[in-house]
Design a protein around this ligand. Structure first.
Ligand code: PHE
Length: 344
């Protein structure tokens, strides 16, 4: 077979094989086999030297044509095979978009927040606005200006979290009364919800808990106003039929002072374990703003009177939702939290 025929049949052979190839690997080895440095075409062309210049030119052109033909075919085949591989890959990872998606659980309000919002809303509807103060408080605002004497047991290291610099974690929301009266002139009607801290921990006490403070200052505010407002509030939360009683009490920053009880929400007043057989539950502290407090914030006690009250949010939430251990409110056990879904 002469050189020309050899090259042409090599070309045919290669074309046939390439057409039949099914994998990229195989295609690559065919490329090496026919067009590589030590490939079949190169081997044939090595004998070119023996030919006359005219023949060499003719054969050279033929070899180039065959080479290009093979290269083109390989390229074409490569595209085809890559497309096929991609298709197969896609088939393997096919996703069914009609399948239902993963369940994403909707969040809901924590019972403390729901209770806080509910209480706030009642007072807001009566014209109170919301005031805030810091949780790290000055001793002056938490105690002194509230007429709490230096030797008062509440200041004890056993009850209050003091900071090294003499500040403290507020033990009640009452310092917000001071902050409000220092910055605003009467008439004042505010509530102040927030976190407070005391060294206390048992089934009904947590070292951190929430209170809402109320303060109303104007000319001619009386104890009757206080009773009326608290009655509206307690009936909104616990229902129209709730029993309410005011018991004389003592707070350094109010005079006179009272504690307010409601009829037991569990037994309705019969006497049970929750109310310790009394039929009553203590729910908040209140009173008329002490003239000493007015003087501390430079409000004229001859001209103005006012009332204040403070209550624990956890206590209200526990009674409302019949929760018997305060720690349940802070452990974030989802089995507990889930029970308050849908409650706003
Ligand atoms: N600050 C009091 C407490 O924490 C509650 C209170 C507030 C009482 C306002 C009277 C007036 O116990």
């Amino acid at each position: 077979m002469n050189l020309k025929d050899q090259i042409e049949s090599l070309g045919k052979e290669a074309v046939e094989l390439i057409k039949k190839v099914e994998s990229l690997d195989k295609l690559n080895s065919l490329r090496v086999e026919y067009l590589g440095k030590k490939g079949k075409l190169k081997t044939i062309l090595k004998t070119l030297g023996k030919l006359s210049p005219e023949e060499r030119k003719e054969i050279g052109q033929l070899a180039n044509r065959i080479k290009e033909q093979i290269e083109d075919l390989i390229k074409e085949k490569e595209v085809q095979l890559k497309e096929k591989a991609l298709e197969e890959e896609l088939k393997k990872h096919k996703i069914d978009i009609t399948l239902p998606s993963a369940w994403i659980e909707a969040g809901s309000s924590h019972p403390i927040i729901s209770t806080l919002v509910e209480i706030s809303q009642i007072f807001i509807s009566m014209g109170f606005s919301v005031a805030e103060g810091p949780e790290v408080e000055k001793e002056e605002y938490n105690f002194d200006m509230l007429n709490i004497p230096k030797d008062h047991p509440a200041r004890d290291m056993q009850d209050t979290f003091f900071l090294n610099n003499g500040d403290l974690l507020r033990t009640h929301t009452s310092p917000v009364q001071i902050r409000t009266m220092l910055t605003r002139k009467p008439p004042i009607a505010v509530i102040a919800p927030g976190r407070v801290y005391r060294k206390d921990a048992d089934p009904t006490h947590s070292p951190m808990f929430h209170q809402i403070e109320g303060l109303l200052v104007d000319t001619d505010v009386t104890f009757t106003d206080l009773k009326g407002i608290l009655k509206i509030f307690l009936e909104s939360v616990f229902g129209k039929n709730v029993g309410i009683r005011f018991r004389p009490s003592y707070f350094p920053f109010t005079e006179p002072s009272a504690e307010v009880d409601i009829s037991c929400t569990v037994c309705g007043g019969e006497g049970c374990r929750v109310c310790k057989g009394t039929g009553w539950l203590e729910i908040l502290g209140c009173g008329m703003v002490d003239p000493n407090v007015f003087e501390a914030v430079s409000i004229d006690p001859e001209k103005y009177t006012g009332f204040a009250f403070g209550l624990g949010i956890e206590r209200i939430a526990m009674l409302k939702y019949r929760i018997n251990d305060i720690r349940l409110l802070f452990e974030n056990d989802m089995r507990f939290n889930h029970q308050f879904k849908g409650i706003r």
